[in-house]
Design a protein around this ligand. Structure first.
Ligand code: MRU
Length: 354
């Protein structure tokens, strides 16, 4: 199965998702500017994958620094960390992973003995930072496997499953969040029929979800976003599964623009709506969805991108929010790597962190 972020032979490699499905090409990231731009341009995207890439990106940006003291190294580190954090505002995994790297750095300050030499200490610090990035990647892979198992327990053989955006292997360290049970079911002969919303304007459903699922032999049908209601009404959909970029303490979940509409439709048609949310995506410090910063992107993504020629009058006013918030009342259950959480979410989500 393809992985979006790899660290091999001292090289940070990112699968350039902006080229998919036409071309499968990894790019090497060596600087803070390169990781910032890869995140901003969605060459690496999806909340958990952004977190993993940012952790490695921070490491590669500091690995060649020759600082003369812990203090100097830490100052450089913090400046680079703050810079990478500005790449995108919504997915909390970006900040979560960067914070975790910083915590790791400062956890080493006490233990340093500055012997036999600071240079050796510095080499040790860098090694430990790389190990932390590896741990973030591995933990996410394991979280996805666990969500796959929990998620599969909610599904039955032969079900029709609708998904929005891409919360598959491309969006995580491996396996995906909401697509992990689909892959697991595929191995166990569940015969799911997946419907992938194309996901305007950046087409993550068309370019990425339908690509990765069909590559693994899953029965996937691509539909336009405005066809979701129609396939639900026909009775083709038994469950909706989606990912999440940031979940607030009350269970409101920000995910790709269009998700909240799908959730409202699912409720209308009596279809369960499952949001897959690793604990790294749950932000208890954010009280509700109203407090989540929603990224706004350029209007040209609506008017021009992916078209052969502009599809709107030149200079037309646009509004292009990249995410929306699904109100917790539309979410049937939240699948995490620690188990399935049911309402009341405000009461049950904090229990995951006890
Ligand atoms: O703008 P993107 O492509 O980064 O948005 C991705 C999504 O909204 C995903 O559904 C979300 O990050 C969950 S990924 C497991």
């Amino acid at each position: 199965m393809i992985v979006p972020v790899k660290y091999e032979d001292d090289r940070l490699l990112i699968l350039d998702q902006s080229l998919l499905p036409g071309e499968e090409r990894y790019i090497e990231i060596q600087t803070k500017e390169a990781i910032w731009s890869a995140i901003k341009k969605l060459q690496v995207r999806g909340a958990p994958a952004i977190g993993v890439a940012a952790a490695y990106g921070l490491y590669v940006s500091v690995r060649d620094r020759n600082s003369s003291s812990f203090h100097e190294f830490a100052e450089d580190f913090k400046e680079i960390k703050s810079y990478i954090a500005t790449a995108r505002p919504t997915a909390v995994n970006l900040f979560w992973a960067l914070e975790r790297m910083e915590k790791k750095l400062f956890s080493m300050e006490e233990g340093l003995c500055f012997e036999p030499s600071w240079n050796q200490e510095l080499a040790y610090i860098k090694e430990e930072l790389l190990k932390e990035a590896d741990a973030i990647r591995l933990e996410d892979e394991n979280a996805c496997l666990a969500m796959g198992k929990y998620g599969l327990s909610l599904l039955k053989k032969g079900m029709g499953i609708l998904t929005h955006c891409n919360a598959g292997t491309l969006a995580t360290a491996k396996y995906g969040t909401c697509l992990a049970p689909v892959y697991l079911g595929q191995q166990q002969g569940y015969g799911f029929k997946v419907f992938a919303d194309e996901t305007r304007p950046l087409l993550q459903g068309a370019r990425l979800t339908s690509w990765e699922l069909s590559k693994e032999g899953v029965d996937v049908t691509l539909i336009c976003d405005n066809m979701a209601s129609s396939v639900m009404k026909k009775g083709w959909i038994d469950a909706v599964v989606v990912g999440c970029d940031r979940m607030a303490a009350n269970g409101d979940g920000a995910n790709k623009i269009g998700t909240s509409g799908v959730a409202i439709l699912a409720k209308e048609y009596g279809i369960p709506f499952y949001m897959f949310v690793p604990t790294s995506t749950i932000d208890l410090k954010t009280p509700s969805g109203a407090d989540i910063v929603i990224e706004e992107r350029k209007g040209e993504e609506i008017c021009e991108m992916w078209y052969e020629r502009p599809m709107a009058p030149a200079g037309i006013k646009t509004y292009n929010p990249s995410f929306d918030v699904t109100d917790h009342q539309y979410i049937t259950a939240i699948v995490t790597e620690k188990g399935i959480v049911y309402p009341p979410f405000a009461e049950n989500l904090p229990k995951l962190f006890l």
